[in-house]
Design a protein around this ligand. Structure first.
Ligand code: NAD
Length: 378
């Protein structure tokens, strides 16, 4: 079995999901390549050492540049805040490494374009971590669309709702609240949440031609996490809603907020086509709603497909039909698909160029919210 030596940067939320995926993938999938947990890097040295011990990483670095340039590293996996992705990816491309990067790919489309150009120049495979594509119900949705079961698509309707920033006393910035700091995050819900919705929309319904958007920042000032006596304006978008025209003529509506009281991670989409519709909700992730207009009219209606049978995407690798899988499995599927691409010498998506396409839409959304004008999105 060939070893693929991983260098992971970032040991937070995503550092854990990615570490778990590398460790688990060949327990459930049978690849000729085995990821090796070769080196890990993060900002806090004692915490990084503890993380390495807990997850089985063989060595620890304190500077990502050292990790990126280590000759024994094959893959640089970027799980750090958004404002670090570009510099790390450019250095990794320069060093000839395979790049795996968390979403959003970058702070803006200009950074994303430079990352794509550098990676494509290096010739190494890449992947951007839009893991929701790898939920079996979402992969099944893609299969139904590709098989033509919906026919021509008229509508794409997406929501991504959370509620964790409602508290006005929540500070901004620092190690754990960098998502509220525009300097570290680039934007608010647009890059953090809508990037997922946009990626799924581009995958399922094709390119978005133009958008018109509005954003709002409900809590205008917050204390700094690292300096609680200092209060600063909040520069991120707390909520964003936009309309889209797809290149194929379909209409899209997208909404995201972190102020939807009670919604913890509700990521939904509904697609209405000439022959049928499908609908998905991450909070019921093993289900896909499907309506087939060709059904006998007496029994026609939305059906709920429990996507946990052996013939459903990925599911034959897990337990027995009827046993649900969860969030962490999306990352295992992502690594499995990527290893499969490496083994076959085939491109797997979403790669950095797909991440760039999403970033172009995010930039257009933010530009439209600023100008009040429709904006081209590709
Ligand atoms: N795919 C998804 O669904 C998903 C979910 C959450 C986060 N993300 C993305 O993953 C990335 C990381 O988010 P997170 O929630 O894991 O963040 P986090 O705050 O939990 O962890 C960030 C990690 O990066 C490290 N770090 C920060 N600056 C660094 C530097 N200069 N050098 C080395 N290490 C550094 C920190 O020490 C920490 O270990 C972000 O881009 C985020 O948007 C994606």
């Amino acid at each position: 079995m060939r070893s693929l030596k991983i260098g992971l940067i970032g040991t937070g939320f995503m550092g854990r999901t990615h570490s778990n995926a590398y460790a688990q993938v060949n327990k459930f999938f049978d690849h000729a390549i085995q990821p090796a947990l070769t080196a890990v890097c993060a900002t806090n040295a004692p915490k990084t050492a503890a993380f390495a011990a807990q997850w089985g990483w063989e060595s620890v670095e304190s500077d990502w540049r050292t990790l990126v340039n280590r000759p024994d590293i094959d893959v640089v996996d970027i799980c750090t805040p958004n404002n670090t992705h570009c510099a790390i990816a450019l250095a990794a491309a320069e060093a000839g490494k395979i790049i795996i990067c968390e979403k959003p790919l970058a702070m803006n489309a200009d950074e994303a374009r430079r990352m794509v150009e550098a990676a494509e120049h290096s010739g190494q495979p890449t992947m951007v971590s839009f893991n929701y594509r790898r939920i079996p119900a979402v992969t099944l949705a893609k299969q139904l669309v590709d098989e033509g079961r919906l026919g021509r698509i008229f509508h794409y309707r997406a929501k991504y709702l959370q509620d964790w920033t409602i508290n006005p006393n929540l500070p901004q910035g620092g190690n754990t609240l960098w998502r509220l700091d525009a300097q570290a995050a680039g934007s608010g819900v647009t890059g953090d949440l809508l990037a997922h919705s946009i990626d799924l929309a581009l995958w399922l319904a094709g390119p978005i031609a133009q958008v018109t958007a509005m954003t709002e920042t409900f809590i205008k000032e917050r204390r700094l996490q690292d300096d609680p006596d200092t209060v600063k304006p909040v520069a991120i978008d707390d909520a964003c809603a936009f309309l889209a025209r797809f290149a194929n003529g379909a209409l899209g509506t997208f909404e995201s907020t972190r102020y939807a009281c009670g919604r913890k991670n509700q990521n939904t989409f509904e697609i209405n086509g000439e022959k049928g519709s499908i609908a998905f909700d991450l909070e019921n992730a093993h289900q896909l709603e499907y309506y087939n207009h060709a059904d006998d009219g007496l029994v026609r209606g939305f059906r709920t497909i429990p996507v946990w049978d052996g013939n459903h995407p990925y599911m034959s690798h897990w337990w027995v039909p009827g046993c649900a899988i969860g969030y962490e499995h999306t990352f295992i599927h992502q690594v499995s698909d990527f290893l499969d691409g490496l083994e076959r010498g085939e491109k797997r998506v979403p790669d950095l160029r797909d991440g760039y396409a999403t970033q172009l839409v995010c930039d257009a959304v933010l530009a439209s919210a600023r100008t009040g004008m429709w904006q081209p999105a590709r």
